[in-house]
Design a protein around this ligand. Structure first.
Ligand SMILES: [Zn+2]
Ligand SMILES: [Zn+2]
Length: 264
């Protein structure tokens, strides 16, 4: 299976640090922020470093590289915040192009669906990239869009963009993640699904309080484990955004569950 974690680009090694972490953990999928997720300031990426990154990634056999957009991005916002959000997402698409990433994951934000869609289009036009732009489902707190399959369908209507499904967000928005898949399927969106964020949830189902937990240690119980057995997601890359100190433990749990599910 294609499995990995959200890893860090901090420190002296910068972008290469995520690859060093991936190697140490022994995973074949990586997600990164292309800049600090809580600042607008962009991070420099020299072409030579990007080239070295792509070469090392190849050597390590990393099969999926995802860039997660900044937490400040709100494509549903108006005025200056909208403009800054579009430019920030375009910067992530540009970094993804340089690093050879497969996907860029963005939360829709809060506000009008039409503006969110327009923001996605504007960023994609500003920074053409081989990386596919994916809209992630959210837990829905604070007026955040994209917590239901129907709303994701509305956002994606008439666009070429894909979907990332976060199991914890689905749960916190009130859904068993398998039901979420069923509804995506009924809406004709299953083939848009390109990435799974495989997280347990700290708070109760439907609580909209977005805190992730280590696998089997949150409130999702059998619902999370059962999701891994669903043949519709088997070929997708799985990224865990779980407490970092538990990475080795979560990887072991993931592998045990996957083995029990299909002897993988
Ligand atoms: Zn996310
Ligand atoms: Zn996520």
């Amino acid at each position: 299976m294609i499995v990995g974690f959200h890893l860090s680009i901090a420190g002296r090694l910068g972008y290469l640090n995520a690859l060093a972490e991936a190697e140490a953990l022994g995973v074949n999928a990586v997600q990164i922020f292309a800049k600090s997720p809580r600042a607008w300031r962009k991070k420099s990426l020299a072409p030579a470093l990007a080239e070295r990154f792509r070469a090392e990634r190849e050597l390590l056999g990393i099969r999926h590289l995802a860039v997660h957009a900044s937490h400040l991005v709100n494509l549903g916002a108006e005025g200056e915040l909208f403009e800054k959000s579009v430019l920030s997402l375009a910067d992530d698409l540009e970094k993804a192009r340089l690093l050879g990433a497969e996907s860029v994951v963005a939360h829709p934000g809060s506000g009008a669906v039409e503006r969110i869609r327009e923001g996605l289009f504007q960023a994609a036009r500003l920074a053409p990239s081989q990386a596919r732009l994916l809209v992630e489902n959210t837990a829905g707190g604070g007026g955040k869009r994209g917590s239901t399959p129907e709303e994701l369908a509305e956002i994606l209507e008439g666009t070429p963009f894909g979907l990332a499904l976060d199991t914890a967000h689905a749960w916190l928005a009130g859904f068993n993640p398998i039901d979420f898949l069923d509804r995506l399927s009924a809406l004709g969106l299953l083939d848009r699904l390109a990435l799974v964020h495989f997280n347990d949830a700290r708070h109760e189902r439907g609580s909209r309080r977005d805190v992730h937990a280590s696998l089997g240690e949150g409130t999702m119980g059998e619902a999370l484990r059962a999701f891994l057995r669903d043949p519709r997601v088997r070929r997708l890359p799985f990224i865990m955004e779980t407490p970092r100190e538990d990475d080795p433990k979560n990887l072991a749990t993931f592998r045990r569950w996957a083995e029990e599910a299909f002897g993988a």
